[in-house]
Design a binder for this molecule. Structure first.
Ligand code: PLP
Length: 413
């Protein structure tokens, strides 16, 4: 394909784009177990309007040109600081996603390590094996090995094993709130104690849970503290574009100490255009994301997020109960937030996923334990019975035909 010689009208282009996506999996009907996050039609409409209103502005220019965008960004971050119980010296940064937030936190930590140990030592990170690969991405970029430590029998971080893996070059330990694979919050309080005792930087990855867990706690459901309220937590990442229900790309990163945020920032002056100072990895950034996050946080407010959290948790309980009622299936974990993970003891669960895929339900998978995985939002609420009926039929089909070869599906994000 080449650039067309003559330009094409929008009407024709739109029709073509619609045709191009006709075989896509229908996330609106709850057919994808990841990638998209739906709350309400209103939230979607407001996000779309706020995003397009500021589509042409650039958040990179917030300090010198787009003061209103900068103000919205500061207010989004102030809301996050309050939500995550940050002390007064704490600082937040808006980024384009969980991966960028994590890469930046690792960079800040690496520079902190260097102020103490110089540049001759090679630092490492010790993390439970369930942490997101964004840490490995950061490690590849900065030549920092990530030691992935086996989980405890409850599928949470095993603090004793993590402690044993820490050595004099360990700069960071990580806990997730929750981890993506099993949806469980790691024992952040104990990891915080370890960090304080051994003088380590604890990063809490609340990318997936950050903007839902505080509201689930407000509902009074049992969920341990996980944020900057715990003294040992030094930085925390939380994605607005997941359960903040904001348009992509939007994430936040918070530092307990302003000086850590300064360490992480990039400040350069020796090129013809003079000083370039940013605290993000990217340069140009969508002002639309900033505006949409500001608008949605204000549109929903605390009551709106709590109500969504209530609906989400009732939905998760109902899905969990539905899965348990199917003979042969077993929940690997009781959903603590919005992730469902279950398997089977006598049949091949990936074969069940094969059946589901044939029926139009994309399945998320986990390798350890071997299971089906779903990160759920409110687009999954109305299709619960349909999904569970399909799942029951798929399990029965696999039971009836155990001579089938094992599924060739491979777990992938
Ligand atoms: C999604 C996720 C990330 C990475 O975020 P992206 O926005 O996809 O870059 C990191 N950690 C956890 C726990 C996540 O669920």
């Amino acid at each position: 394909m080449k650039l067309p010689e003559q330009g094409v009208d929008w009407a024709e282009l739109e029709a073509e784009m619609t045709a191009m996506t006709s075989a896509d999996i229908d996330w609106r009907r709850g057919r994808t177990p990841l990638y998209t996050f739906f709350a309400t039609e209103n939230v979607n409409a407001i996000g779309k309007q706020a995003f397009t209103k500021f589509m042409s502005e650039n958040a990179l220019g917030g300090k010198r040109a787009f003061f209103g965008v900068k103000r919205m960004e500061d207010e989004v971050l102030a809301i996050g600081l309050d939500l995550f119980h940050a002390p007064s010296d704490a600082q937040g940064i808006m980024t384009t996603g969980g991966t960028e937030s994590i890469v930046l936190a690792v960079k800040g930590c690496r520079d902190w390590f260097r102020t103490r140990r110089g540049t001759a030592r090679r630092p490492n990170i010790v993390a439970p094996s369930s942490v997101h690969p964004a840490f490995d991405k950061a490690g590849e970029l900065m030549d920092i090995p990530i030691r992935r430590i086996p989980l405890g029998p409850d599928l949470r971080a095993d603090v004793a094993l993590i402690s044993a893996a820490v050595d004099e070059d360990t700069m960071m330990v990580v806990g997730s709130a929750p981890c993506f694979p099993h949806g469980l919050v790691d024992p952040i309080e104990s990891l915080g104690d370890l960090a304080l005792e051994r003088d380590l930087w604890l990063h809490v990855d609340a990318c997936v849970g950050g903007y839902v867990a505080p509201f689930v706690r407000m509902l009074g459901r049992p969920l341990p503290a996980f944020d900057l309220e715990i003294a040992g937590v030094r930085s925390l990442s939380a994605d607005l574009h997941k359960f903040g229900f904001c348009p992509k790309p939007a994430s936040t990163l918070f530092y307990r100490y302003a000086e850590d945020a300064e360490r992480q920032a990039f400040d350069f002056d020796t090129w013809p255009n003079g000083r370039l100072a940013t605290n993000t990895l990217v340069g140009t950034r969508p002002a639309g994301s900033v505006a949409a996050a500001w608008a949605i946080l204000h549109h929903l407010g605390r009551t709106g997020y709590v109500e969504i959290a209530r609906r989400l948790m009732e939905m998760m309980d109902a899905y969990a109960e539905g899965v348990e009622s199917i003979e042969g299936l077993r929940l690997w974990t009781r959903p603590e937030l919005t992730i469902l993970n279950f398997g089977a003891e006598e049949i091949d669960i990936f074969s069940v996923a094969d059946h589901m895929t044939r029926d139009g339900w994309l399945s998320g998978l986990t390798n350890k334990p071997r299971g089906i995985h779903a990160m759920m939002a409110l687009q999954h609420e109305p299709v619960r019975e349909e999904y569970l009926a399909g799942l029951r039929a798929a399990v029965e089909a696999v039971r009836r035909a155990p001579q089938d070869r094992p599924s060739t599906l491979r777990a992938s994000y």
